[in-house]
Design a binder for this molecule. Structure first.
Ligand code: HEM
Length: 149
């Protein structure tokens, strides 16, 4: 994936090492695992996903690992992320987005409150900002929701 300082915006300076600071792959394995365990019980989101959540979990993990500066296995396996395009098959309205985000932030909170995980407040905010903004960007149904936060 090709990124420029502009495409990372305000996060550019910190982006190169945040993956290491968070604890590398293990952090993202746990983040995504906690997220999908919530999705698996969710009446709104669960029907959108295939019956086997394993491959979806892997794709999201590889994507986040790559985005935050880890290995680019996602690109090698899937090509350019084109996230909006890849989500067009799913009806993502404001409610679905809000639920998605709440599961992700809950999983993140679990991780950050766990022992032996000294994540700085700044790094935690970078993660939360990114998840909020990107999930809002993927809303593709229901009007001008891209203007809401
Ligand atoms: C806004 C709410 C969202 C909903 C309802 C949603 C739903 C879905 C669904 C149903 C899939 C297909 C599952 C599969 O991979 O088989 C998917 C794939 C994916 N989603 Fe989301 N998603 C949302 C937000 C996000 C966000 C914010 C990100 C990234 C930060 C993301 C990253 C991905 C990735 C990387 C894939 C796999 C793409 C591929 O390589 O095919 N999604 N999503």
């Amino acid at each position: 994936m090709w990124h420029t300082p502009e495409s990372f915006g305000k996060h550019w300076l910190t982006m190169t090492s945040i993956y290491e600071r968070l604890g590398g792959e293990e952090f993202f394995i746990e983040l995504v695992r906690g997220f999908y365990s919530r999705v698996s019980d969710d009446p709104v989101l669960r029907p959108m996903y295939p019956s086997d959540l394993g491959p979806a979990e892997r794709r999201l993990r590889l994507f986040l690992v790559q985005y935050f500066g880890g290995p680019n296995t996602y690109d090698q396996e899937r090509g350019h992320p084109r996230l909006r395009l890849r989500h067009m098959d799913f009806v993502i309205d404001q409610r679905a987005r809000d639920i998605w985000l709440s599961h992700m932030l809950a999983s993140l909170d679990d991780l950050l409150s766990g022992e032996g995980r000294p994540t700085s407040a700044e790094d935690a905010e970078i993660l939360r900002d990114y998840l909020r903004d990107t999930s809002q960007f993927l809303v593709n149904h229901g009007g001008l929701s891209i203007l809401q936060r």
